[in-house]
Write a protein that binds this ligand. Structure first.
Ligand code: SAM
Length: 298
């Protein structure tokens, strides 16, 4: 079957009557704890698939199928979808909503307990893989870091997150919205905010709005794994006391004397009154290099 034939035959999971009937038939109650807010806007899932899947040959790892509304769209655009879902109560629902899709495998697991590199090897062999998901919001940062810190090489990671998280993750380093997680993500990839999604696009509707972001891992990382570890330590110390001057935040957080930090800042062309949150990515990297040279930070 081609895409339009499928679209006509598959269960329409953006139709509220269908969704309610499905939930009733399977006595399914939505779990707040698992972040179960399912997409019901007919335009959002095709858009995620469009932005997230570069070509049909690229496999897709989906995190959290819910009733399968996004899974269906991913399977129309990619030759192979492997989805990880924690809630086994969804098993009979998916048996119905994904019936006939031979290119979808669902693995019943907690994504944080899955080794992404091993998963990709086992499920996709040598295929290029991207990640697409409407993430459970209670674990947005842990999931992103789990994927980015793994040895898996993803072509891109396109995910729905809470609007404020999207803005933070895509903020420029050196701007007020950036935080430690911004730097941790952007040291590994380019983060872009693709589009906003209102709370009314979900059932049940959450109390917050959302946005879809795409992270494209750097082909040439800005630093070596060893440097990255050092930069992350500095970033953690700096953002923990972001309103303080960088000198005070880093001297306190890294147990260094203030003179050493001041000299390293000066060597990077920064004033000694600069706040840590004002440092852009380039300065941050130079500062870490200077501190490694003068203070021997690890
Ligand atoms: N993709 C569906 C959609 O867009 O309608 C569902 C998205 S819903 C926001 C998040 C999904 O992630 C839920 O189905 C939930 O059960 C699942 N989930 C929650 N925690 C999980 C975890 N640790 N590992 C895998 N899936 C999880």
């Amino acid at each position: 079957m081609n895409e339009s034939e499928w679209s006509e035959t598959m269960l329409n999971l953006t139709d509220m009557q269908t969704v309610r009937a499905l939930a009733k038939r399977h006595a399914f109650s939505f779990s707040k704890g698992l972040g179960q807010n399912f997409l019901i806007d007919p335009e959002v899932c095709p858009a995620i698939a469009e932005y997230g899947i570069p070509s049909p040959a690229c496999g897709v790892l989906e995190i959290g199928t819910g009733f399968g509304v996004l899974t269906q769209q991913l399977a129309l655009k990619s030759e192979q979808v492997a989805a990880v879902e924690l809630d086994r109560r969804l098993q009979p629902v998916l048996a119905e909503t994904l019936r006939g899709f031979e290119n979808i495998t669902v693995i019943w697991q907690d994504i944080l307990k899955v080794d992404p590199a091993e998963f990709v090897r086992e499920q996709f062999g040598g295929r290029e893989v991207c990640v697409c998901a409407n993430l459970p919001y209670y674990i947005t940062s842990p999931v992103l870091m789990h994927l980015l810190e793994s040895d898996a090489k993803f072509r891109s990671i396109t995910v729905m997150v809470q609007k404020e998280a999207a803005e933070r993750l895509c903020a420029e380093i050196g701007s007020r919205k950036a935080g430690a997680v911004t730097a941790a993500v952007q040291l590994r990839g380019r983060a872009e905010l693709m589009f906003h999604v209102p709370r009314t696009a979900f059932f049940p509707a959450p109390k917050v709005d959302s946005a879809v972001i795409r992270i494209t891992p750097h082909e040439v990382p800005p630093c070596t794994p060893e440097e990255l570890k050092r930069v992350l330590n500095v970033v953690k110390a700096g953002f923990a006391q972001r309103r303080k001057t960088a000198v005070n935040a880093l001297a306190g957080g890294l147990s260094l004397d203030k003179e050493t930090v001041t000299a390293a800042l000066r060597a990077c062309g920064c004033s000694e009154t600069v706040r840590f949150e004002q440092l852009d990515m380039e300065t941050l990297l130079r500062l870490c290099e200077a501190l490694a040279g003068s203070a021997g930070i690890q």
